[in-house]
Design a binder for this molecule. Sequence first.
Ligand code: 13P
Ligand code: SF4
Length: 333
Amino acid sequence: MLTMSIIAPPTNITDFRTQLRHLVDEHNAIILAHNYQPAWIKEVADVTGDSLYLSQRARETDATTIVFCGVRFMAETAKILSPEKHVLLPADDAECSLADSITETDLIEWKQRYPDAVVVAYVNTSAAVKAMADVCCTSANAVEIVASIPEDREVLFLPDQFLGAYVQRMTGHPGMHIWMGECHVHADISPQHLAEKMDEDPSASLMIHPECGCTTPALYQLAETGDKTTRQRIRILSTNQMIEEAKRSTANHILVATEIGIMNDLTTANPMVHFEAVNPRARCPYMNRITPERLIEVLQLQTGEVFVDGATATKARLAVERMVDPELRTWAH
Ligand code: 13P
Ligand code: SF4
């Protein structure tokens, strides 16, 4: 059973920021924070964003230490891209139920059944699983990546079933096999939750993260409607794409299906819109593990360092590089 307690923010955010900035400068560090992190962390971070954007920034930064306010697979991805950097995770129990839904052994067995398939691993996977993948993807580029794989190739898409179904529908790729994993937070944003909220306001617009359990009915609704305005009201998006969409939206009311840590970013992006969570209890316990004390401590004492063993990292690097660099995407047998 996962316990969920809300971490108290620092009592004085100005003093906290001053202390943190001092340590950041002293250690030539950068603080990256995922959009699902609590508001007080995003407020003191150098960069906030979705999985793809943070991976790109981790790869490009001149800082020698990366403090990753997110979960383990994100910190490991940064380490794989930048093995010479110190990557610190301020919560050693920040795992991910989706990453846990496929193991290295599962993938070895699956690959034996489809030895010529291109393995597309969502970035929410362990380093060992990434090491067996041909390419990694995020919610922001999964469609683009699968669409670039020739139709005569089989594709093993893992581990998220809802994202997989969405990608299959958008690309029409005939060779896709989809692993039946899920994120317990997004799976619990269900078709029932969506239907209830839409009954309350049938004219509301929708922003849906493709990991959600309600993605498939939203896609059916999209497919059924011939009306352009209705189609424009339903958007399947990564978290950065949601923030960008929020900035330019002229809607009055937007129902948001994803982890609720992003809600404050959406309101900041466009205070004129009423953003409402489809499931207001959709909070990820792993994204809410960092305390102010732990954030200070990892920098001060250089603890919480994330390591990926050399052989695994070397094997995983091409798959992760292909995720951030389209030019590396070639699919020879
Ligand atoms: P993004 O791809 O928008 O970062 O969301 C993925 C996610 O669920 C991170 O846990
Ligand atoms: Fe993993 Fe889901 Fe939490 Fe994202 S929201 S870190 S996919 S458990």
